[in-house]
Design a protein around this ligand. Sequence first.
Ligand SMILES: [Zn+2]
Length: 391
Amino acid sequence: MTDYDPRTATGIPTEPVGSLPRPSWLQQAYARYDAGEITREELEAEQDKAVRDSIEHLEATGAPIISDGEQRWSSFATYAITDTLAGTGLADHLAGTGGQYFAIFADGHKRQLPRLTGGPFRYQTYAADTLAKSITMAHKPMKQAVIAPSMLALLYPLDEEVPGYSQEQFEADLVNECEKDIRQAFAAGAARVSVDFTEGRLATRNDPRNPWTGRNMLPHFIELNNRVMDRFTAEERSRIGLHTCPGGDRDSVHSADVPYSDLLPSMFGINAGYFLIQLASERDKDPVYQLIGENLRGDANGVTQMAYVGVINPLNPRVESPEEVRDALIRAANFIPKEQLGSTDDCGFSPFSIDEKPSHGSPDFARQTAWQKITNRVEGTRLAAEKLGVG
Ligand SMILES: [Zn+2]
């Protein structure tokens, strides 16, 4: 546990989601590892180099809390179960083919999960395993993102029973693993831990190409997340967040057309202490600010919830100015109590390890853009806090 106070540097708290684009040379190293041309140790040396570069640049933005950019992860959703997106180093009891699509994106590309073939389900890599390596390179407090139990619940086949391993047994194991993932991240030194819940908004989409999205799974997703939250005290949950977004991969989204009113009223029923909410890329922001103000809870089993609204769009290369960030937060404060307001990026800058960042032209240019965007998020947040008299 650390003594990080999110108001010290900027008055209004500000925090990233987690990921950064992997440099093109690191993406090539992943491909060479998949092809058997380099060893795992050689891949890790490249990951070390990318983390060091990410931390140096993030610290230079003035951000009070940083991540390692998830440079060591196959993706935000699969770090626990596979070394690479191609399936190298897949965990036990999983098959690389025949799994569900986690999402089908607006540009037509798909991301698929492995399929569970037996039990017991165990993580192969905990977030703390990679954080422990990265934190030695950092001079500022670090946050850690972890995957939600509701995402990994999709590993279980939608309509079949896994022989000898019921869905109930699997979900009991899954909740235990998620709890362990969060506890170990705190033990490794994370100041805050946020749970990635991108599948929440997708859960009411009812996309016939992706059957699980038509099964009304949102209430079950909320319940699974609360089974994990309920393992933590109110004080611990004040440092545990939850992230919602319409996806952010290859500069495309999977559920921006799903109205937030389908999700937000039930999402705040999750007993997390704070929420990282995509908002900068929403066309009509006031109704979303209003929904947040109406549903954010002053007492979620002993913790006052905070809403960190998105002020930066990582999918768009245009850099938001500090004044834009300031004005967005001041507008949001008309609907959300200013003591419960924070700022964030709409999403990670690149949740999957292999991502060309097509709207940016290259992942390397997208990294440069990210440093500037984060610098302006921090500065704009400080300006808003001054204007609103917070902190
Ligand atoms: Zn996201």
